[in-house]
Design a protein around this ligand. Structure first.
Ligand code: GDP
Ligand code: MG
Length: 598
């Protein structure tokens, strides 16, 4: 049977434990790419991923491995991101697989995201193959960590391969473990076609490209396919596999991972999670899709000076195809005009999307300060969800306000427990439990308001634990809270794009910090600019940016033309990503500065 020789697996791990490096070694050791073609973290194809050294998008590649039993196996590998914001990518990758290689750094041990990812794999019923990485490090403690995996995760780790992905040590043990432990796929090759779209992207020549796992049946060029949810029919232009670049093949059959193109021009017709079937012989029902991603953080995205609204909408639509967790709808702001309210899984997700819009679509954008969603019960009984602080009803008409609370799990060395407790206390956290993973490390369980987590929490955690703390969180419930709207006025104009909702006990101190931060980042004008923070019309803090005295060109004594040009050029550069808010020019940076705590 053809499928007996196929293994579909993901690599999962906490961030930085070595998933992408292991993927490199697997690609190399199976001879897929020559030494010359190889570069580090080869599957991290986006510039952003390479710069930041993190995986954002799942990536897939086919390997051919000659196993010790003498047979050749086809291994379809899916590399996944590790950061909490990209859990959605991970769960989709897993749905295309029968197994997951769990990489654990042998010097760090089990971290928050290790456990979160194992949980995702468990839910999908995957076979988990533990691997201990970085055993080249002097600080590696493979025996202790094996024990920790068994204790904390509850899977056997006695035979886990001990590897160094960096040095290429014992990589073959991983391949053997995959072949032996991950079950082969078993779908009916001759049944009606059922292909799960686990990712997709837009290609300007070929239209939408669907990355698929064929669960049943077959598909080839010319097959009339139907998108079961979108109910649209297309003729297949090409099917292929990733090795790791897209390469056409004759046919994809049950058990295979690959791609399908069909001149799909409308990105809405190729949704992640949909099932592709044969239009002439359709499947009775679609595969279970994915739970829709639930955005946790919202912000407004607006054109910077001179950018067009329509171009941004087009870019958001295309990006949404490649990032199913992104949501958006039109909104208007008094200060910024027409734009979009966009939903994200977290702050890193927001940052990445903003940068992708700017780079991949060459746009100049203003993103407003992020906010979580509040649930407001009005005195007339109506319940509304407020994604934008500007839309908060008048105070008199609010009966109760509730904010989202998350369950947060923090793993860290015992030395830093005091720091973590202090941090969480400052963020209105409630500790539920603390347990020891071993003599040196603990796991803390906290309830935290999400709006305290999105403001700078992750960075604070990292700095208070010297990088050793790790965090995972998930939505728990809405809970009543004493919240107020904090407004910012620039030169006496209320700038709606800066409004935020904060806990009443923190409003005054936040107002002060915001005024100070804005004073630092807003350039001087020809006139003095007062910056004020207000609650319900009462000014609670104030700073003033003094007026600009000299004209920039005055320095040039009217002489040197090229120097003058350069200066004007420079001014223009600096103007990029500025927006006129009322009478004041504000740089993009201002919207992020106001989030900083201190
Ligand atoms: P990912 O976030 O799980 O994909 O991790 P990466 O593969 O990007 O690796 C994170 C960092 O750990 C990189 O700097 C790697 O060079 C390093 N690294 C990966 N594997 C090893 C290893 O076996 N030994 C050592 N010493 N470093 C490693
Ligand atoms: Mg990676």
């Amino acid at each position: 049977n053809r499928q007996d020789k196929i293994r579909n697996f993901s690599i999962i791990a906490h961030i930085d434990h070595g998933k992408s490096t292991l993927a490199d070694r697997l690609i190399q050791s199976t001879g897929l790419l020559t030494q010359r073609e190889m570069k580090e973290q080869i599957l991290d194809t986006m510039d952003l991923e390479r710069e930041r050294g993190i995986t954002i998008k799942l990536q897939t590649t086919r390997l051919v491995y000659k196993a010790k039993d003498g047979d050749e196996y086809i291994l379809n590998l899916i590399d996944t991101p590790g950061h909490v914001d990209f859990t959605y990518e991970v769960s989709r990758s897993l749905a295309a697989c029968e197994g997951a290689v769990l990489v654990v750094d042998a010097s760090q041990g089990v971290e928050a995201q290790t456990l979160a990812n194992v949980h995702l794999a468990d839910v999908q019923g995957l076979e988990i193959v533990p691997v201990l990485n970085k055993i080249d490090l002097p600080s590696a403690r493979p025996d202790e960590i094996k024990h920790e995996i068994e204790e904390v995760i509850g899977i056997l780790a006695e035979d886990a391969p001990l590897i160094s992905a960096k040095d290429g040590l014992n990589i073959e043990d991983v391949l053997e473990a995959v072949v032996k432990k991950v079950p082969a796929p078993s779908g009916d090759e001759n049944g009606p076609l059922k292909a799960l779209i686990f990712d997709s992207y837009y290609d300007s020549y070929r239209g939408a490209v669907a990355m698929v796992r064929i669960k049943e049946g077959q598909v080839r060029k010319g097959t009339k396919i139907m998108m079961m949810a979108a109910k649209k029919v297309f003729e297949v232009a090409e099917v292929g596999i990733f090795i790791p670049s897209a390469t056409p093949v004759e046919v994809l059959k049950a058990g295979d991972v690959g791609y399908i193109t069909a001149s799909i021009k409308n990105v809405k017709d190729c949704r992640v999670g949909d099932t592709i079937t044969d239009a002439d012989r359709p499947a009775a029902e679609p595969l279970p899709g994915y739970k829709k991603a639930q955005p946790m953080v919202y912000c407004g995205i607006y054109p910077a000076e001179g950018e067009s609204y329509d171009v941004i909408r087009d870019a958001l639509e295309k990006l949404q195809l490649n990032d199913a967790a992104l949501t958006f709808e039109p909104e208007t702001s008094v200060a910024l005009g027409f734009g979009f309210r966009c939903g994200f899984l977290g702050l890193l997700h927001l940052e990445i999307i903003q940068q992708r819009l700017e780079r991949e679509f060459d746009l100049d954008l203003i993103a407003t300060s992020p906010s979580v969603i509040y649930r407001v019960t009005k005195t007339d009984g109506e319940v509304i969800m407020v994604q934008n602080p500007t839309n908060l009803p008048e105070r008199q008409s609010i009966l109760t306000m509730e904010e989202p609370i998350v369950d947060a799990h923090i793993f860290c060395p015992t030395d830093y427990v005091g720091n973590i407790m202090e941090l969480c206390q400052n963020r209105r956290g409630v500790m539920l439990s603390m347990d020891y993973l071993d003599a040196k490390r603990v796991r803390l369980h906290y309830e935290l308001p999400l709006n305290e987590v999105i403001y700078d929490f992750f960075d604070a955690l990292k700095s208070k634990t010297r990088g050793y703390g790790s965090l995972d969180y998930e939505f728990k419930e809405y809970r009543e809270s004493d919240l107020v709207k904090l407004d910012v006025l620039l030169n006496k104009d209320l700038i709606d794009a800066f409004s935020m909702i904060v806990h009443s006990t923190k409003a005054v101190s936040r107002g002060r910090v915001i005024c100070e931060k804005l004073k630092e980042v807003i350039p001087r004008h020809q006139f003095a600019v007062p910056i004020q923070a207000s609650i319900g019309g009462n000014i609670i803090a104030r700073e003033t940016i003094s007026a600009l005295r000299k004209d920039v060109l005055a320095k040039c004594y009217g002489g040197d033309i090229s120097r003058k040009k350069k200066l004007l050029e420079k001014q223009k550069e600096g103007k990029k990503k500025m927006r006129q808010l009322g009478s004041v020019e504000v740089p993009q940076q201002a919207f992020l500065e106001v989030l900083k705590y201190d």
